[in-house]
Write a protein that binds this ligand. Structure first.
Ligand SMILES: C[S@@+](CC[C@H](N)C(=O)[O-])C[C@H]1O[C@@H](n2cnc3c(N)ncnc32)[C@H](O)[C@@H]1O
Length: 306
């Protein structure tokens, strides 16, 4: 009995210990997830509280950028990809310097204008609507010709979270929207939005993802997907797109993503992964976006100009 009791007591304690260990393990996991999410969020919130808008891009290399840029009092810096203003704001907050903030997206430009009205950034932030490939011309036309040289420049190339998460812009294969992807436009269906004079002109001259999906040849589409998306299945995807449009135009991001997923289904164990390595739709959308916005050409022009 004694033995039995001892045995069952130690068993009980052991099982309790095991339970507590398991409980602590679960608690630890929950706590670390909670901290990762909420501490990040609260830091982000603190960082962005003074921005005059809500949906923001979180710049991931902020500390590195500040470390290498080392903004100085009286310096003039250029943020070639303003986006949501994360870098610009951080530079301006470092010391009493100035920032010329370029972005081709009219939404980003409007955000920059609003930011420049805030008391602490008055006469320190100079928004420019345009492509960074033309930065040299902007310096000549917008600013004193004597100072085409900045004390430092930053570029955070690619697409912003705001662009990706706005379905009407047509950048995301996960959100349903029109096939657009032009960075300088607010989206082809957004007729309510005020159109900047340049925007209307550029819209006439440009192509969107709709044109690529519905009018480009099989070879052209395959080349774009291979060149800018690096997808080995580029020909298969291009064939699927060309076949699909025989029964009517491919109008939306979801329709295009469905065609790609059908042609190149992800293996069962990789479903749900949306990174570039494992998802053909992600690669195709990236490729279309790079082509439409001439992203590599722009980069080359900007690097040559600086
Ligand atoms: C990754 S986001 C930048 C985010 C920004 N660093 C921030 O902290 O919010 C890239 C931005 O660059 C802009 N962009 C991309 N290509 C451009 C170009 N050729 N000329 C001007 N802006 C461009 C996009 O419109 C987008 O707003």
């Amino acid at each position: 009995m004694q033995n039995g009791l001892e045995c069952s007591t130690s068993q009980f304690i052991y099982s309790k210990l095991r339970f507590s260990k398991f409980f602590l393990f679960v608690l630890d996991k929950m706590l670390s997830r909670f901290l990762a999410r909420n501490v990040n969020l609260s830091l982000q919130r603190r960082f962005y509280t003074s921005l005059p808008y809500t949906k923001v891009h979180v710049p991931v290399m902020l500390s590195e950028v500040l470390h290498y840029l080392q903004p100085q009092e009286g310096g003039i810096y250029c943020d070639l990809t303003f986006g949501d203003g994360g870098y610009t704001k951080a530079i301006l907050d470092q010391c009493n310097c100035k920032v010329v903030a370029v972005d081709q997206d009219p939404t980003a430009y409007e955000k920059a204008l609003k930011l420049s009205q805030l008391k602490q950034y008055k006469n320190r932030l100079f928004p420019v609507l345009g492509r960074f490939g033309s930065i040299y011309d902007y310096c000549l036309t917008h600013f004193d010709e004597q100072i085409p040289c900045f004390d430092g420049m930053v570029m955070d190339i690619g697409v912003s979270s705001g662009q990706l998460e706005t379905p009407e812009r047509g950048f995301s294969y996960k959100l349903d929207g029109p096939l657009d992807m032009r960075m300088f436009s607010r989206g082809r269906d957004n007729s309510e939005a005020p159109v900047h004079e340049n925007e209307a002109e550029l819209l006439k001259k440009s192509i969107s993802a709709y044109e690529i999906a519905n009018y480009f040849s099989r070879e052209e589409i395959a080349d774009i997907i291979y060149q800018y998306g690096g997808d080995r299945l580029s020909r298969k995807i291009a064939t699927a797109i060309v076949d699909a449009r025989q029964s009517g135009p491919i109008e939306t991001t979801s329709a295009l993503a469905a065609v790609i997923h059908k042609a190149c289904p992800q293996p069962r164990w990789q479903r749900g992964h949306d990174d570039m390595l494992r998802n053909s739709a992600a690669r195709t959308f990236q490729a279309f976006r790079i082509h439409i916005n001439n992203e590599l050409g722009e980069l080359k022009n900007a690097l040559t100009a600086t």
